[in-house]
Ligand binder design. Structure first.
Ligand code: FAD
Length: 638
């Protein structure tokens, strides 16, 4: 890291540094990128983050948090078989599927070597289990906190190399000229800081800050809007995973939490007027109870599982209670869904519960009794997070969990702007369906690929010259951002309250652009988001401490505009329900565009959406001598 003179703008000076690559984000993608760059010999790098301990990887988990890799079980598997499964998820390029599959074992062994406790048998086999959309038991897990262990192991490796990690640095501007990146502006407690670099790795995670109903950790906001604002394209912005989760302490309610058949109840906003709302919507009580049971292993909302009174009707009903009836929804583990539920439940649920040792006597007791008998840790988890299921009901919603789409990248994870590399969840690799666990594999794949590209192709020979050019050419861009922040600080205190706006924009997204989508409501949401964006610039006011919040809100709104526009374009093109969302319009015409990717461009408020055909899985030359020659001669990157 080379320190340069500071930049002076309107009598204020801002410190500047140069480095060969700056990695934004300290999740498992960001740390792995820094670690890999260093191993490849690119050592003049820095990692920055708005909060070292923030983000999804470090703060999330699930029943058995999954990592997806080539199988080591008895079933036959190959990189091409795995790529085919990924490709069949729809809306994913075949070359991306192949790269994800090809790197999965390399990624996995690095993590195992760094001490992530993935279990293996006495012969050293890391056997796995079958996750969704998986034909070969490729899934493995280090327990409920796999991503946390990954992050900690990678962080330790980065720290052991002495790579600088700068905390409290919120990305507020990417410096781009003629479609190429030259650096960034970050905001910290001490003011703005400028980093000049030809390589910006955006390991900033999913744009979780857009949604109210969310199982992303509250600390994860994302910076996708910052990238849209300078012309980075988005892909598959329509594609998210949603499912039922608790909202006070954010956690997916899958597995045993549903299999013990809790009672679903809604109340008014004050918690009064309790109502058991499920039964009236199913043709029989058995169908309702079976749907609750099946939610256990059919966790994400899936439009296909609405048919035949399937399990996704539970998500739909929860959504309707909250947004159509303005009520709150809870899971009650202290009371049974109905007295005779155990004699009504279908054979699949009954067999499962009996195998778990649940007797007629247990069935008469509470869902909590059964939860503690089958999976006591599930009860402890909430207790340890301040919620005693014995004493209180658990508030729930249909929550955003993962963004399959994101920023557009090529096979080296470079965006359409040279030198900007979105990796991990910030990148839009996956389309409609993805096997559980592939997001964590992807955090590692993107980080390795872009590190290799940076090492081979993006080195600056004359740093002095480069920085002089960047100083001269990008100064206006820096000024623009600083002026935007200053305008906010100059507003009167009684202007638009930034915190109220944040609550409003998040609720709007969950209500109108989440798992349930209707063209008229999406259009309404888009207009509101555009209006809010101009209001936030003209009228939002706050104190100095709120300036971070101003930038989050500003970029969250740009992000919303892009995401909602893509959802509108999809439906206007005739698109119907797919993946994890229901399209209320266009019913009866099966148009799901699985062989295409919707690209979204944003520049100066103008949005363009267009389709790109998916590229097939490459049928390329794999003759060893030829591959060896290309590798030796560095011909891999053209
Ligand atoms: C409940 C839940 C369960 C999941 N289970 C699984 C699973 O079983 N298997 C699987 O494969 N995936 C799972 N996922 C998804 C997976 O955990 C994430 O995709 C992955 O951890 C993302 O890692 P990342 O490094 O890309 O981003 P993150 O870990 O989110 O890191 C982002 C980093 O960027 C920083 N940052 C963000 N915005 C800014 C900004 N403006 N300025 C500066 N810094 C910024 C953050 O502070 C953070 O350090 C799950 C996700 C959730 C929410």
């Amino acid at each position: 890291m080379i320190k340069f003179d500071s930049i002076t703008i309107q009598e204020d000076t801002f410190p500047c540094v140069y480095c060969d690559a700056v990695i934004v984000g300290t999740g498992c993608a960001g740390f792995n990128c820094a670690d890999t760059l260093w191993n490849l010999g690119v050592k003049d790098i820095i990692v920055i983050s708005n909060g070292i301990n923030s983000g999804t990887s470090r703060n999330t988990g699930s029943d058995k948090q999954t990592f997806y890799k080539l199988s080591q079980s008895k079933e036959k598997d190959s990189i091409y078989d795995m790529a085919k499964d990924l490709f069949e998820g729809g809306g994913i390029h075949g070359d991306h599927a192949l790269v994800e599959a090809a790197l999965s074992l390399r990624n996995f062994y690095k993590l195992a070597g760094l001490g992530v406790p993935f279990p293996h048998d006495k012969y050293g086999l890391y056997v796995g289990y079958r996750t969704d959309h998986d034909s070969s038991s490729r899934a493995t897990s280090a327990g409920p906190l796999t991503s946390k262990y990954m992050t900690e192991a990678l962080e330790k490796s980065v720290k052991s190399k002495g790579i600088p990690i700068l905390d409290d640095m919120q990305l507020v501007k990417l410096l781009v000229k003629d479609n190429e990146a030259y650096g960034l502006v970050a905001l910290s407690k001490d003011g703005y800081k400028i980093v000049f670099s030809p390589n910006i790795v955006l390991a900033t995670g999913g744009p979780a800050g857009m949604y109210r109903d969310s199982v992303f950790p509250p600390s994860q906001v994302g910076a996708t809007g910052v990238a849209f604002a300078v012309g980075c394209d988005g892909v598959n912005l329509t594609e998210w995973q949603y499912g039922i989760a608790s909202t006070k302490f954010r956690w997916n309610l899958s597995g045993t939490y549903q299999q013990v058949v809790p009672r679903y109840v809604s109340t008014d906003q004050e918690g009064n007027d309790p109502k058991d709302f499920l039964f009236e919507h199913f043709s029989t009580r058995q169908k309702a109870i079976d749907a609750v049971f099946l939610k256990g292993y059919q966790w994400p909302f899936d439009a296909k599982k609405l048919e035949n009174e399937g399990s996704s009707n539970i998500d739909l009903l929860v959504y309707e209670e909250i947004y159509k009836k303005n009520r709150r929804v809870w899971l009650d583990y202290t009371t049974n869904i109905c007295d005779d539920w155990f004699s009504i439940i279908g054979p699949e649920g009954k067999e499962y519960l009996q195998k778990c040792g649940i007797t007629e006597e247990d069935a008469k007791k509470s869902p909590l009794h059964r939860l503690r008998k089958i999976n006591p840790e599930a009860y402890d988890l909430y207790k340890n997070n301040g919620i005693d299921l014995e004493k209180e009901k658990l508030e729930i919603a249909v929550c955003a969990q993962h963004n399959n789409g994101g920023l557009k990248v090529d096979i080296y994870w470079q965006s359409n702007i040279k030198g900007i590399f979105p990796i991990g969840e910030a990148a839009g690799i996956y389309g409609v369906y993805r096997p559980g666990g592939s997001a964590l594999n992807s955090t590692q794949t993107g980080s390795v690929r872009c590190a290799e590209y940076i090492k081979a192709k993006r080195r600056i020979e004359d740093v002095e010259d480069y920085v002089k050019y960047a100083f001269d050419e990008l100064l206006d861009s820096v000024k623009e951002t600083i002026n935007l922040g200053s305008a906010f600080l100059k507003q009167k205190e009684d202007g638009l309250n930034i915190y109220e706006l944040d609550i409003k924009l998040k609720k709007r997204m969950s209500e109108k652009a989440g798992a349930i989508r209707r063209l008229d409501l999406l259009k309404e949401a888009l207009n509101e988001a555009k209006e809010d964006l101009s209001l936030v610039v003209e009228k939002a006011s706050g104190r100095k401490i709120d300036i971070n919040m101003f930038f989050y809100t500003y970029y969250n709104l740009i992000s919303q505009i892009c995401y909602i526009s893509a959802m509108i374009a999809y439906i206007e093109n005739g698109g119907t329900s797919r993946g994890s969302y229901l399209v209320v319009d266009n019913q009866g015409n099966e148009k799901t565009f699985m062989d295409r990717i919707l690209v979204t461009s944003y520049l100066n408020g103008n949005i363009k959406n267009y389709w790109e055909k998916v590229r097939p899985i490459p049928e390329h030359d794999t003759w060893f001598e030829n591959v060896w020659r290309d590798y030796r001669e560095g011909n891999l990157f053209d």
